[in-house]
Design a protein around this ligand. Sequence first.
Ligand SMILES: [Zn+2]
Length: 250
Amino acid sequence: MPKWAHHREVARKLGLNLPQRVMDEVDSIMDGMVGGLQHDFWRDDLDRLKGVLLELKAKHGEEAVRYALLHILLDEAEVHVSSELSKDRRLKLGPLESARLGVLTAIGLLEYLHEKIGFAEDVEWLLGRVDVEWLAEYLMSMGEVASRVEAMDGFKARTKLFRQLALKYIHRHNLHSIFIPELIRFMHKLCSYKGGLREEHARSVLRKYEEGATRGLAAEAANRLRAALKEIVEDWLAGRLPCQEVAPPQ
Ligand SMILES: [Zn+2]
């Protein structure tokens, strides 16, 4: 989520004039900090979103709805711009064009929302005022986008290494290759260690994955998968998983 200061700045630029306290209220609701809603609830609960927008409209009028839609647009644009900037096609497109593509993807989501929950006038108002090029450049200049891109680059590079390792475990434990994604996720999860006892972290990750991954498997296959997970844990504890030492691709 971009810092709210960014939402305010873009809102001003678009000509939305809401009192500070109303913008605070809208941003807190959209980020799930009040009203018993989940963070980014609007991503997977359209009925809830519709209810929230209707309430905002009744309480604060049209502008509050538009500000809420802008919040969605900016949060989505941040995600998609970052993702485009870390895809290989950015090398062909160039950074600005990639960022534009990210903004357009976010705009597509708003169009989808309006198809599902209405508020056509407000969506049209917003999309009629957004300057795609300007917003793309604005997002590219955000520190949040830069650090997201960095994290994704590191994640992708590590995933490549983990895939090679996963193949090794698959062969050694005679597992079906459908388990490759699960093993990769397991390695990422181990590497997400943030401090505390390493053994404790390993145990809790293992417990969670053993249950989920072996569900529905025949006993023998489940045992082989368990053995592979245990070996991965041992390798991680011994510092043999490449959790850190990946330079972002150029
Ligand atoms: Zn947000």
